[in-house]
Design a binder for this molecule. Structure first.
Ligand SMILES: *Cc1c(COP(=O)(O)O)cnc(C)c1O
Length: 365
């Protein structure tokens, strides 16, 4: 089945692309997640044929039977990555093989077939190639890529499906948070958990997001930008935001991030920040950090900064932490120096403005 190492992609350019003038106008203010390019990648899987029918084709609706398994049991996984324009005009991806590997890990956790990493990379690269006119003209803009896979088998029995659809969408994006470069306020979810020991917290699956939305709605009601989840067992240890990992900057040069024990999504931005911070001479430790400690350290000044990170917003300062018991401010309440420095270092590497010593940037064309 999954031992087919490469597949030929049919390349079928759309006969009805968005006219150039309209596209240019749309790209001036792309927002996030609402604008899409002309094409998509698609690969089918069935137990009988393995991976087959790979194509880059026009973006269009997909017909689904109402009994498609994903609509009932949520067997679905996804990835999030960006294609960038480098300062020299070339187009690049950031550590795409990490996304390919994580997609495979997520598939295994959700009892889905593993898409060979080479096919994942090809699907993304060929789509970016065909939609190369869709890079936003705005500062900090990128082409956000959304590979995903779901159970398409028409069957209501409860077991891993035998048919799947893998797709990649491309969406021109400006910034992620409306507040731009300022610090965000986060809401501590005390009634809802995102992930539990033995659960799917480390897999990038839609179900984790579904589980987080009621807490996210609560956060919005409390005028917060994001939710921070605590561990499900003790409601004590800080885990992560709904879609970003957390770092705590201490006054002695220590950088703390919660360990990957299976309930936290292993972020590629997290991993990159850990490498860059060590290069800056910081002591990076993966250790549990309690919510009460967070508040106490913020009050005493032992904690000087907190930031969240992920592909969409890269690095975002956390200024205020709010809960039903009250709130506390971190540092000045705005982006701290180290947060800013690490963000700049990462963004400079991603944009080709700083040397890429770790070979993180994959140039496409
Ligand atoms: C995708 C995601 C992240 C960030 O991962 P990156 O690879 O850095 O984009 C963090 N937490 C959750 C829950 C996620 O889904």
């Amino acid at each position: 089945m999954a031992d087919v190492q490469s597949l030929d992609f049919r390349i079928e350019p759309s006969s009805t692309p968005v006219p150039a003038a309209q596209r240019t106008q749309l790209l001036e203010d792309p927002g996030f997640g609402t604008l899409f390019t002309d094409h998509m990648a698609i690969i089918r899987y069935s137990e009988a044929k393995g991976w087959h029918d790979a194509a880059i084709q026009k973006r269009e609706s997909i017909a689904m039977d109402p009994a498609s398994s994903v609509l009932h049991y949520a067997q679905e996984i996804f990835e999030g990555m960006k294609a960038y324009r480098l300062s020299d005009g070339a187009t690049a991806l950031f550590r795409p093989e990490e996304n390919a590997r994580r997609f495979a890990d997520s598939a295994r956790r959700m009892a889905m077939p593993v898409l060979p990493e080479d096919m994942f990379l090809q699907s993304v690269e060929r789509l970016v190639d065909l939609d190369r006119e869709w890079f936003p003209s705005v500062e900090g803009g990128s082409l956000y890529l959304r590979p995903f896979m779901f159970a398409s088998e028409v069957f209501l029995g409860v077991r891993p499906a035998k048919e799947y659809l893998y797709l990649v969408l491309a969406s021109p994006a400006g910034g992620y948070f409306k507040s731009g470069a300022s610090a965000i306020t986060i809401w501590v979810s005390q009634d809802y958990s995102r992930a539990a020991p033995g659960g799917t917290g480390a897999a990038k699956c839609g179900g984790n997001y579904a589980a987080s939305l009621v807490a996210q709605a609560e956060a919005i009601e409390k005028k917060c930008d994001q939710v921070v989840f605590l561990d499900a067992a003790e409601q004590r240890w800080v885990e992560e935001l709904g879609g970003m990992n957390l770092f705590f900057v201490m006054d002695d040069g220590k950088l703390i991030t919660p360990p990957l024990t299976g309930t936290i999504l292993p972020g590629i931005t997290r991993k990159s920040i850990m490498t860059l911070a060590r290069e800056e001479g910081l002591e990076v430790v993966e250790q549990p950090y309690a919510i009460d400690q967070w508040e106490a350290d913020a009050a005493s000044g032992k904690l000087v900064e907190t930031f969240a990170c992920g592909t969409a917003a890269v690095v975002t300062a956390v200024g205020t932490v709010r809960s039903s018991k009250g709130e506390f401010t971190i540092g000045s309440g705005g982006p701290g120096q180290l947060t800013q420095r690490l963000k700049n270092r990462l963004v400079d590497i991603q944009r080709g403005l700083a040397p890429d010593e770790h070979n993180w940037v994959k140039r496409l064309f």
